[in-house]
Design a protein around this ligand. Structure first.
Ligand code: CP
Length: 322
């Protein structure tokens, strides 16, 4: 693997999940792999989990890590080609990425969408330019439309919890996983929901997406998922419920309503098969998810955050093993 930008860069997701879980058992087994190798983590947007878990993963593999908040600490970046840079931008992504590639053996890069021009965001222009010009292997730390490290950690979490509940290897039932839209006060990217859907559509799960009218994900991400606008029906007998807000794809980047009635709470949890409730974090308590769930044993949000380290470590190990 030279690029980790989506599930399509992974040959076998089950093997990658197994690798991550093995690393969780033995974090320092491959310390030699990262000897004298440098990971650069370049952020155009804020981060807590992605930054620290990927750093921890690299340290476990014996790598050196450099972190830069390029949006705040770097020169104002120009990403369009062919422009006369007589405005506020100071450095072109061609040079910035090229320079960073000289300092690092692997680079993780985060760049959120503008949520104004759908075609531009969905072309992944900034992420793809960074990959092209840095000339070293790149890991997406969340691009305009995908968050693959999060989705890998989510799949690891589902596998881990499901196997713990069903230790008998002859157990054949597959989990019902429901991705439910949740209210929010700000227009958020579709990246986490897109990626989660993309990974679940490839995983051995029964997958449903529920959202209000107007919040359909792009068809290439919704894939073969069952779609319901009735959250209560969708939640029935769910084993895992993934709670996440996203802004409209069709009416691009817009919030269409206050989303009243869509917050996940204990009443709705009763419809499920005592589901594990997931969220990528950061979460808005009392808006996206009720405190009573976040503070209960059903909440898997810390399990997911923990598994971010092992997801990143499995991906880094694969790249270092090239
Ligand atoms: N879930 C996630 O990506 O968290 P951060 O934005 O804090 O990295």
């Amino acid at each position: 693997m030279k690029l980790f930008s989506s599930v399509n860069d992974v040959q076998n997701i089950d093997s990658l999940v197994a690798e991550a879980l093995a690393l969780k058992q033995n974090p320092h087994a491959y310390q030699h792999l990262g000897n004298n190798k440098t990971l650069g983590l370049i952020f155009m947007n804020p981060s807590l989990r992605t930054r620290i878990s990927t750093q921890k993963a690299a340290l476990n593999l014996g790598m050196q890590v450099i972190v830069m908040n390029l949006d705040k600490e770097g020169w104002a970046l120009e990403t369009q080609d062919g422009v006369i840079m007589n405005g506020t931008t100071v450095e072109h992504i061609r040079e910035a990425a090229g320079v960073l590639g000289q300092y690092c053996d692997i680079i993780g890069f985060r760049a959120f969408p503008g949520l104004i021009n759908r075609n531009y965001d969905y072309s992944e222009d900034i992420f793809n330019k960074f990959v092209t010009y840095c000339k070293v292997p790149v890991i997406s730390l969340e691009s305009a439309i995908r968050h693959p490290l999060q989705s890998l950690a989510d799949l690891i979490t589902i596998k881990e919890i499901w196997d713990t509940k069903h230790p008998d290897p002859s157990h054949k039932k597959i989990p019902k996983v429901v991705l439910t839209w949740a209210p929010h006060v700000k227009p958020l990217p579709q990246a986490v929901a897109n990626s989660f859907a993309e990974w679940m559509n490839k995983a051995n799960v029964d997958f449903t997406i529920t959202h209000p009218q107007g919040y359909a994900l792009a068809p290439e991400f919704a894939g073969n998922a069952k779609i319901s606008h009735n959250q209560h029906l969708a939640l029935e007998n769910a084993d895992f419920v993934y709670v996440k807000n996203w802004s409209s794809y069709n009416d691009y980047g817009k919030i269409l309503s206050d989303g009243k009635g869509w917050m996940m709470d204990n009443q709705k949890l009763k419809l499920t098969n005592n589901a594990g409730v997931m969220h990528c974090l950061p979460v808005r308590r009392g808006l996206e998810l009720a405190d009573e769930i976040l503070d209960s044993p059903n909440s898997l949000v810390l399990n997911q955050a923990d598994n971010r380290t092992w997801a990143a470590q499995a991906v880094l190990k694969n790249i270092l093993s090239l």
